[in-house]
Design a protein around this ligand. Sequence first.
Ligand code: C5P
Length: 314
Amino acid sequence: MKTYTLFAPAKINLFLEILGLRSDGFHELVMALHSIGLGDRLTLRANGTENLRLFCSSAELAENEDNLAYRAARLMQAQFPQAFARYGGVDIELEKNIPIAAGLAGGSADAAAVLVGLNLLWELGLTAPELQSLGAPLGSDIPFCVAGGAALATGRGEQIDPLPTLDHLWLVLGKYQSLAVSTPWAYQTYRQQFEENYLPSGAAQRKRTQEIHAGALIQGLFQRQASQVGRALYNDLEKAVLPAYPQVARLREVMSETGGLGTMMSGSGPTVFTLCETESQARELKEKIRRQIPDPDLGLWTAPLISHGIRVLA
Ligand code: C5P
């Protein structure tokens, strides 16, 4: 049987606004998401046993139910028992390149790749929307990670509408390697401080969503105005994360002052990114940031924005 190797790109949030609280306890969001060229690599192959097994290159990651990629495989096994019985167990090798607990949807990207990979390996013939519906209960970012590119994400983040991509642009990403931010903690902290400003569900939230759709960031994407997009970057979760992590606030300040089109924290952080016109500008800014913050704990990467999600490499 065939072996599949897949590329699972990370995402950044160009925009994240929290509208209110939902009856399921999650937050109602409006986000603009974009895939980036920094990604994990997963290889799936039949193992001739009756087991699903996960092998991670990173010792920090669990190889069991605590790992979203493993949970995605178990979900597929439960949903398609006949395919599992027919094709048998699968080994999943995960080469981890996306920083963990970083606001880059690394876990969701891996889970999305497992859904896409098992769909191929087990010859299920599921469409992308079908895979997205299957993955949504596992994690709010999984539907976006399947399709990738750029999208407006609403609801919990699982409702996806494609947006034009800005795949000629580059990024510098910065993250302190020893720092991990819990997404539930970031949302809870935000809620403690700002719940009184939440919009009631229904008409008020729909109106705000329409305003954002007509606003500077989304219009900048449609008009391919990179500088406008850079100026309109926004993330409500910065208000919860930056005061609690002064080191990240300082990194954001340094990155912002170094130049580029705009600087923002991605998702629940603590990764900060600066949008750049070109690859050479991204490399130049990365070196400048390194000179300003020589701390070896600070990881710096450059990556392009890309126009696709999970991709089969071989
Ligand atoms: O869906 P996901 O597993 O990524 O969510 C992680 C956590 O982030 C949730 O358990 C919740 O605490 C918070 N969250 C939220 N509202 C969202 C998405 C996530 O409150 N729309």
